[in-house]
Design a protein around this ligand. Structure first.
Ligand code: FCB
Length: 462
C-alpha cells in the first residue's frame, strides 16, 4: 500500500495512483553462471563463441553474475522503490535440452528470487522467453520448426506449475520481431541466419508458441494476467509528401501489425505477405490459438526512425529507406525522440482493442564516465549520467502525455537495472541505472538511479 502523501504527489504529477513503476532485466544479459547447477547451453552461448558475431568476442558466461549476486540486486530494487521487477527465466536452466524433465536447481533459483522480491513488496513480472532458446532446440531448427512452439508451451506449463501461486503477471515472448528478423533474416542475433523465408516461418511459430502458452495458462485456471511484449515501430515520414507518408505506414507493419493483427484475431497483414510473395506455414486452427485473449500488451520503446519512400527491391520489398535526422543520439546511434513514445502508444491504442498497455522497456545507452568516489566517509561512488537522466525525464513525461490523451497506460519499466550484456554489442553499451564494475562486479548506483527513485517517491519530474 502506498502512503497517502505519495499517492497525492503522483496524482498531481499526472499519473494515476495505481500506476506501476518498475525496472527490467533479462536472464542471459545478467545471470552468468552459464554452466552451473545443470544449466544447458542456449543459442546465445553458441553464437557468442562464433568469431566475429559479438563485439570483441564477449559473452554472457559471467555477465553481472546475478545468479549469485541476486540478493544485492533485490536490495537495489528495494531501495529504488519500484513496484515491480521484470526479469526473464532462462529456459535452458529449467530444461537443459528444451524438453523433458525439469532441472530442480534451475527452478529453485527462480523460486528464491521470487520469494525475495515478494518479501520486499516487489511484484515479480516473469518473461518466459527473452531470446535464450535451448541450443538443442536451436540445432533442430529453432523457431523455423513448428515443434519448438509445442516445446515452449510445455516449458511454460512447468513455470506456471512452479511459480503460478506467487507470480501473477506473465509475459510469453519479449520482442519476437527481434527473435525472428534479427535472428533469421538480418543475421545480427542468434542464430545469425540471413534468410527471409526462415524469418517468416519463425514469426508464425513464435506467435503459435505465444498462443499455446496463453491457452495453457487459461485452461489451468491460474490467477493472474498474461501478455505479450513487442517492440513496435511507427516511423515518422521524413517529409509531408504523400509518398513518404505511405512509406512510413508500410515501414511500421513488420514491427507492429504483423504481430498485433494475428494476436487480436485479424489474421496476417496481406499486403505485407504479398510484397514478400510468401506464405506463412499456417495450419488449421493456428490463427484461433494465436488469438487467445491476452490481458495486457507490453511495448518496448527506445527511438523512432525517419523513413522516406524508396523503390521496392527484392532485398527491400516494402519500398522505404531510413533517412538521417538532426536529432540528438544515444550511444547506440538511436535518435532521442520522447514524443515518439507518446505517438506509438497512441497509435496502438487507436488501432487495436488493447485494454491495458505497459511500457515494458525504455532507457538509453550512454558512455558513462567511470564511477568516481564522492564521499570518503560513505565509501560510495557515483556516476553522473546527466544524459540518461534527461532521457528518462523526457520519456516519462511522454507517458504522462499519453495518459492525458486517453491511452490506457498502466505502468512503466526502466531498462535496465544494471549495465549488462547488450547482445551483439557485448558490454560496450551501457543501459544501467546501476553501473557494474567489469572486474569486481561491484554495483554502484548512477545519478539516473537516484532520479528514478525520487520520481517514484513522488517528487515528480523536476
Ligand atoms: C531491447 C531488448 C533488451 C535490451 C534493449 C536495449 O530490444 O529487449 O534485451 O537489449 O533492447
Amino acid at each position: 500500500m502506498k502512503s497517502k502523501e505519495i499517492k497525492q504527489a503522483r496524482r498531481s504529477d499526472g499519473f494515476p495512483e495505481d500506476f506501476l513503476w518498475g525496472c527490467a532485466t533479462s536472464s542471459y544479459q545478467i545471470e552468468g553462471a552459464y554452466d552451473e547447477d545443470g544449466r544447458g547451453l542456449s543459442i546465445w552461448d553458441a553464437y557468442c563463441r562464433e568469431p566475429g558475431r559479438v563485439s570483441r568476442g564477449q559473452n554472457g558466461d559471467v555477465a553481472c553474475d546475478s545468479y549469485h549476486r541476486w540478493p544485492e540486486d533485490v536490495a537495489l530494487l528495494s531501495d529504488l522503490g519500484v513496484d515491480a521487477y521484470r526479469f526473464s527465466v532462462a529456459w535452458p536452466r529449467v530444461q537443459p535440452d528444451g524438453q523433458g524433465p525439469s532441472n530442480r536447481a534451475g527452478l529453485d533459483y527462480y523460486a528464491r528470487l521470487v520469494d525475495a522480491l515478494l518479501a520486499k513488496g516487489i511484484e515479480p513480472w516473469v518473461t518466459l522467453y527473452h531470446w535464450d532458446l535451448p541450443l538443442a532446440l536451436g540445432q533442430a531448427g529453432g523457431w523455423t520448426v513448428r515443434d519448438t512452439a509445442y516445446r515452449f508451451a510445455e516449458y511454460a506449463a512447468i513455470m506456471y506449475r512452479e511459480l503460478g501461486d506467487r507470480v501473477h503477471r506473465w509475459t510469453t515472448l519479449n520482442e519476437p520481431w527481434c527473435s525472428a528478423f534479427l535472428g533469421y533474416e538480418h543475421g545480427e542475433h542468434a542464430p545469425g541466419l540471413r534468410d527471409r523465408a526462415s524469418a517468416l516461418a519463425a514469426t508464425h511459430h513464435l506467435l503459435l508458441a505465444h498462443g499455446l502458452a496463453v491457452g495453457s495458462f487459461r485452461s489451468r485456471g491460474y490467477v493472474g494476467e498474461i501478455g505479450l511484449v513487442i517492440n513496435p515501430a511507427t516511423p515518422r515520414p521524413a517529409t509531408r509528401h504523400e509518398a513518404d507518408l505511405a512509406a512510413a505506414e508500410r515501414a511500421s507493419v513488420e514491427r507492429t501489425g504483423l504481430w498485433l493483427n494475428p494476436v487480436y484475431g485479424l489474421g496476417y497483414p496481406e499486403a505485407y505477405l504479398k510484397a514478400r510473395g510468401a506464405d506463412m506455414p499456417v495450419k488449421a486452427g493456428d490463427m484461433e490459438i494465436i488469438a487467445a485473449p491476452i490481458n495486457f500488451l507490453g511495448v518496448n520503446y527506445y527511438n523512432e526512425d525517419a523513413v522516406a519512400e524508396a523503390p521496392a527491391t527484392p532485398a527491400a520489398p516494402d519500398g522505404y529507406r531510413f533517412v538521417p535526422t538532426a536529432l540528438p543520439k544515444t550511444e547506440m546511434g538511436w535518435d532521442v525522440v520522447p514524443q515518439g513514445l507518446r505517438r506509438v502508444l497512441g497509435n496502438i491504442a487507436r488501432t487495436w482493442p488493447v485494454r491495458s498497455l505497459y511500457v515494458t522497456e525504455n532507457g538509453a545507452a550512454y558512455a558513462d564516465e567511470a564511477a568516481a568516489p564522492v564521499a570518503a566517509e560513505t565509501q560510495s561512488a557515483r556516476v553522473h549520467d546527466a544524459d540518461r537522466v534527461a532521457y528518462y525525464r523526457g520519456h516519462i513525461a511522454a507517458c504522462r502525455d499519453a495518459i492525458a490523451d486517453g491511452v490506457p497506460l498502466k505502468g512503466y519499466f526502466a531498462w535496465s537495472l544494471l549495465d549488462n550484456f547488450e547482445w551483439a554489442h557485448g558490454y560496450d553499451k551501457l543501459f544501467g541505472l546501476v553501473t557494474v564494475d567489469p572486474r569486481t562486479l561491484a554495483r554502484t548506483p548512477k545519478d539516473s538511479y537516484l532520479f528514478y527513485r525520487d520520481m517514484i517517491a513522488g517528487y515528480g519530474l523536476e
